[in-house]
Design a protein around this ligand. Structure first.
Ligand SMILES: Cc1ncc(COP(=O)(O)O)c(C=O)c1O
Length: 411
């Protein structure tokens, strides 16, 4: 295992000058700035490992650790401070609203992406419009939740992808029609890192009268998100990955003018128009996005999640996107030199933070890298390498050097 405690500090700046990421003419060189120098010390895992697996989970920061400690202290000192804790969940709602450029009353605080999506899926009636259009890039939970609605009359149609990490737009044109209730798409695919041209699909769906739900779990925190620019009706995500939180906290954005068109039957008392009414003889969901909530908010995860989101805001999501694009240019050039096959498109506009590399045995490759102190992951026969704000050029070079040593495990 490599120990690289102090070495990574300052490794991106030579005499204050930014280094150039791309090593040849294949891509326009992108400048790598000093972002990790500023923040890496806040993520202790880098004292022991090259952590480049934020598509699975973000690295633990000092502030998220402190937030969890604070939760235990508050519990210990105050007993059951539920008014304070409910207000904390409003902090979470406001923080996520800022991250996606929504209003707080357009955000539901949930326990997972699945919980918000289930509230939406059970809220549709599938009467006049019964079709739900998905892509073949969806995370399993998304497909499963929509298919579960088949017993309520939904018809689920999958838009197939090509092997080169693209979905030709004509496929959406063929699938979306005037019987389509919902187009449910992922922003960045968890299996190949490819990014969907969301505004283009939204325009088409809206022209044909369908709503659009975006799974932004693999993009939230790694690139700037703006629900107004994207045009989506719903956006679901969680804090586990690039928002630096932990499991147990998710969000659902719902555009204000669509909220009351849905009547969720996956619900609970925190979805009520007045949770203090405590009326067990009636179901009157809130007129705001709160109608997509369910039971008691996940308070411990909220402490950690708010700290993670605030840390990402402080670090800068736009700067992170530029930084990671520069690291990934270097990674892609290095992969080309190794003649490794990529599942992720080359153009930065067509990919998220995640780069997927085809492997002859991806779990073995993950294990081999793990033994050398590099934490990555695999899905679908691909090695997944996902850099974030804290990763450096040295990290990328260590990954490339390890892949060269384990060349036999590349496809
Ligand atoms: C793209 C995507 N969607 C959804 C999920 C899962 O969401 P949850 O477990 O919060 O329902 C993940 C988690 O890995 C994901 O990567």
């Amino acid at each position: 295992m490599s120990t690289r405690a102090e070495r990574t500090f300052g490794d991106l700046q030579l005499n204050g000058e930014p280094r150039v990421a791309a090593t040849n003419e294949r891509e326009r060189p992108l400048l790598v700035g000093p972002l990790p120098d500023r923040i890496r010390h806040r993520f202790p895992i880098f004292q022991k490992r090259v952590y480049i697996n934020s598509c699975s989970q973000g690295a633990l920061s000092d502030s998220v650790r402190e937030a969890y400690n604070r939760y235990l202290e508050d519990w210990d000192e105050r007993g059951a401070p539920w008014e304070y804790w409910v207000e904390k969940s409003e902090d979470a709602r406001r923080a996520f609203a800022r991250i996606v450029n929504a209003e707080p009353d357009e955000v539901a605080v949930t326990t997972s992406l699945s919980a918000g999506l289930s509230a939406v899926a059970t809220g549709l009636r599938y009467a006049r419009r019964s079709k739900v259009v998905l892509t073949d890039w969806e995370f399993p939970t998304v497909g499963q939740i929509w298919h579960a609605q088949e017993s309520r009359g939904a018809r689920v149609v999958h838009v197939p992808a090509d092997g080169d990490g693209t979905i030709p737009f004509e496929r959406f044109e063929q699938a979306i029609d005037d019987e389509t209730a919902m187009v449910s798409i992922t922003h960045v695919c968890y299996r190949n890192g490819a990014m969907v041209d969301v505004p283009k699909v939204v325009r088409l769906a809206h022209e044909r009268g369908a709503l659009v739900l975006l799974d932004a779990y693999q993009s939230a925190g790694s690139l700037p998100l703006d629900v107004r620019e994207l045009g989506v009706d719903f956006l679901a995500a969680g804090v586990l990955k690039y928002l630096l939180g932990s499991a147990g906290l998710g969000f659902l954005y719902a555009k204000r003018d669509v909220v009351e068109r849905l009547w969720p039957t996956a619900t609970g008392w925190f979805a009520d128009k007045d949770i203090f009414e405590m009326d067990h003889r009636d179901y009157s969901p809130a007129a705001t996005a709160q109608r997509f909530q369910s039971g008691t908010p996940p308070i411990p995860a909220i402490y950690g999640g708010v700290a993670g989101m605030e840390l990402m805001e402080e670090i800068g999501i736009a700067e992170t996107r530029e930084h990671v694009n520069a690291l990934n240019s270097r990674l892609i050039d290095g992969l080309d030199d190794l003649r490794a096959q990529r599942a992720t498109p080359r153009r930065p506009k067509r990919r998220g933070a995640l780069i997927c590399i085809r492997s002859a045995d991806a779990p073995r490759l993950v294990d081999a890298l793990g033994r050398e102190g590099i934490v990555a992951s695999s899905r679908d026969g691909n090695l997944r390498v996902s850099a974030h704000c804290y990763n450096s050029l040295d990290d990328v070079d260590e990954v490339l050097a390890a892949l060269e040593r384990h060349r036999k495990l590349l496809a």
